[in-house]
Design a binder for this molecule. Structure first.
Ligand SMILES: Cc1cc2nc3c(=O)[nH]c(=O)nc-3n(C[C@H](O)[C@H](O)[C@H](O)COP(=O)(O)OP(=O)(O)OC[C@H]3O[C@@H](n4cnc5c(N)ncnc54)[C@H](O)[C@@H]3O)c2cc1C
Length: 291
């Protein structure tokens, strides 16, 4: 079988709920955690050769797994090789599986400014770049200098800031694995930066569900409006289907209570989209990915 050489890093029928923030949903047919870049290259090449669909999973903060699960191969890069964070002059280089929050605090403590807006945003560097995360009107690509990526045939290549600007426009990041990213930052006083970061962190925490709650952010904010405010205006704070509830703290988040199923969340998403459309004439676009 195509997966025979990877038996030490691959699992069949892996429950994905525990790998996502919603903690709901079914299994991955194959789940692998490569330990090195070479192993990752050999794995994706073998899976592609066997026509096995490939998906990358970061911290699972923007993904909802359907009850039926995912066919094909789900890859997590959550191994030490892909979690490294290194300061090089004014730059910070981070592996795809490094937590975005840890990259921010490392930069701030080293007196490097530019990433503080992203404190409190969950997820990995790979996920943040793929989704093109934004916080406080700042996009994660703003300070991005280069990336190292891999295609599904296992070829690795570097991308410059100019190439990345085009990539972000045509969304071609979809069929690529982000392995590493380098951000170019500005020297600043670490104490002042730490204070600014702390203020943002407190604000961010107050605008999202409590950290012990299983949850997900659902819709993109349409131009000139806030998805949370539109949902709130439609009177949907606290709306519930089964174990899925619209957060009272911020209406663009769904909380998954214990026993919540992915189907509950999907039905609540449909209800919110429908009600907001009826009451405000705005059709909300999903930010969350449903696998
Ligand atoms: C409480 C909360 C607060 C949030 N606040 C914000 C916010 O302020 N701003 C914002 O923009 N978003 C926010 N989000 C959404 C979420 O945090 C981001 O989308 C995050 O960047 C996703 O990263 P992840 O590692 O969890 O990716 P995942 O959810 O695991 O995956 C997301 C996508 O990235 C892809 N991906 C992951 N790793 C890689 C890789 N190495 N190479 C290629 N593709 C990859 C996956 O295939 C998937 O398509 C929030 C979510 C929650 C739950």
């Amino acid at each position: 079988m195509w997966y025979d050489p990877f038996k030490s890093i691959i699992r069949r029928d892996e429950p994905l709920a525990m790998h996502t923030w919603f903690q709901a949903g079914g299994m991955a047919e194959f789940y692998a955690q490569p330990e090195t870049q070479t192993q990752a290259a050999e794995l994706v090449a073998a899976a592609s050769e066997a026509d096995i669909p490939i998906r990358l999973l970061g911290e699972g903060s923007n993904v909802l797994i359907r009850n039926d699960g995912v066919s094909g191969l789900v890859i997590s890069l959550d191994s030490p090789e892909f979690q490294k964070i290194v300061i090089e002059g004014n730059c910070i280089k981070a592996g795809a599986a490094a937590r975005l929050g840890r990259v921010v605090t490392t930069a701030v403590h080293a007196g490097l400014a530019g990433l503080e807006d992203f404190i409190g945003v969950p997820g990995s560097v790979g996920g943040a770049l793929h989704v093109h995360v934004a916080a406080n009107m700042t996009k994660v690509s703003r300070c991005l200098r280069s990336t190292t990526e891999m295609d599904f045939q296992g070829n690795t290549f570097a991308k410059s800031a100019e190439e990345l600007a085009t990539t972000y426009q045509d969304k071609s990041l979809n069929s690529l694995i982000i392995l590493e990213a380098t951000f170019e930052l500005e020297p600043d006083d670490p104490k002042t930066l730490a204070q600014q970061m702390q203020k943002r962190w407190i604000l961010k925490k107050s605008q999202q569900p409590m950290s012990f709650q299983c949850c997900g952010r659902i819709f993109k904010s349409p131009t000139g409006a806030s998805a949370g405010e539109l949902i709130d205006r439609a009177g949907l704070k606290g709306a519930r289907i089964g174990g899925a509830v619209i957060s009272e703290r911020h209406a663009n988040y769904i909380i998954a209570e214990p026993e919540c199923s992915s189907e509950d969340i999907i039905r609540l998403i449909d209800l919110v989209r429908d009600q907001v459309h009826k009451r405000t004439d705005v059709l909300l676009d999903l930010e969350l990915e449903i696998w």
